[in-house]
Design a protein around this ligand. Sequence first.
Ligand SMILES: NC(=O)c1ccc[n+]([C@@H]2O[C@H](COP(=O)([O-])OP(=O)(O)OC[C@H]3O[C@@H](n4cnc5c(N)ncnc54)[C@H](O)[C@@H]3O)[C@@H](O)[C@H]2O)c1
Length: 446
Amino acid sequence: MALRISVIGTGYLGATHAACLAELGFEVLGMDIDPEKLAALAAGRVPMYEPGLSELLLKHVAGHEGSTGRLRFTDSTQEVAEFADVHFICTNTPQKKGEFAADMSYVDLAVDSLAPHLTRPALVVGKSTVPVGSASRLLDRLRSLAPAGDAVELAWNPEFLREGYAVGDTLHPDRLVVGVRPGGRAEELLREVYATLLDEGVPMVVTDFATAELVKAAANSFLATKISFINAMAEVCESAGADVTQLSKALSYDERIGGRFLQAGLGFGGGCLPKDIRAFMARAGELGADQALTFLREVDSINMRRRSRMVELAREQCGGGFLGRRVAVLGAAFKPNSDDIRDSPALNVAAQIQLQGAQVTVYDPKAMDNARKMFPSLSYAATPLEAVEGAHVVLHLTEWQEFRELDPSEVGALVAERRLLDGRNVLDADAWRAAGWTYRAMGRPS
Ligand SMILES: NC(=O)c1ccc[n+]([C@@H]2O[C@H](COP(=O)([O-])OP(=O)(O)OC[C@H]3O[C@@H](n4cnc5c(N)ncnc54)[C@H](O)[C@@H]3O)[C@@H](O)[C@H]2O)c1
């Protein structure tokens, strides 16, 4: 009989994972503690913006005309335990308040509420990003709480999906990483879950728990370092009067370096990279390996400096002060193709500028509702053209395609002053300048 699967925690990661497992042919039961999220998902609505996910939900959520009915949702861990053979844990692991470390309480609670219902052999698979050592601790916890005891197994299967491409990344990942204890059935069961992907040639790296946990931390640290590296180069370029976009283009031809994640700008944000590199530093400290990761502290500060630099540049463009000035902010999501505003550089900059006295109007194609909830005191516009009306400076802070397609003359007719700060270094500087704009970007000569 085919494996039945549960997904505990149906946020960005879990909702995508659940829908994709249904797409791969499994019967899936999604579980969450957020009743609104569950109601939306059960109605076939995606509670966040993720391209392709709503189509997949409607295709599989039970109760919809023409659906396969393979995907259902519940708030009961008992139902989950009775239903599934394999349980994926996809709960959040945010940064602890006032500390760098990860808050493991959501993962712990998920395990604690599932375990007492595990009366038969089961595999629990962690997908959340956790500090190294968690899997081993959680296995002990599971076995001590589960009636099935040692018949309960655990694997760690970190997730590398990118928001905005989550469905494609889940169905066609570049690799699968699986941390297991020797001797059990965990690897065999996960090979069954991912059989379609493995048949397509997706490589699977099977390791011990600690290595699997560390792969995720290392991958995020590398990506964050690459972004902060080019942003550090942007700082030097600014001081030296050089152009970081040409510098990164020239670097990108070197195959050892490559061009991806090498675009200078406002830096990274979101629900993963910032908190993950901090949690990694905190964990390394606990393990006595903090010296190995001191460079990540610098990666983090270079990144945060980008936000203050953008505020400084905007202040300069406003003539030295924000009082009585109107600032248009294009972008609120932490990156394009997503409505996720967790630690969004764009909103961080918008809020700082507003606190310093400007009237800030924000527009984003998808993240407006989330932004309004978190920053109700900012003004919001229904279109980019409405956002720029009467602006003394326009800030381009999230690189949505829609912003690249703006007509500089049309925008120019609406603003008070034709001043543009391109926080992502992707707009066509020549076209904007030709339309009479002062175009400035970080790491480039004015
Ligand atoms: N979002 C991404 O792009 C991404 C990519 C890779 C890894 N991750 C990691 O995946 C994990 C989840 O991230 P996310 O972005 O999906 O977070 P999220 O906040 O969008 O979703 C987490 C979900 O878990 C639910 N939850 C919390 N406690 C629960 C419990 N005890 N039982 C059942 N449900 C519970 C929450 O209600 C929420 O719906 C994190 O560790 C994150 O670092 C995320």
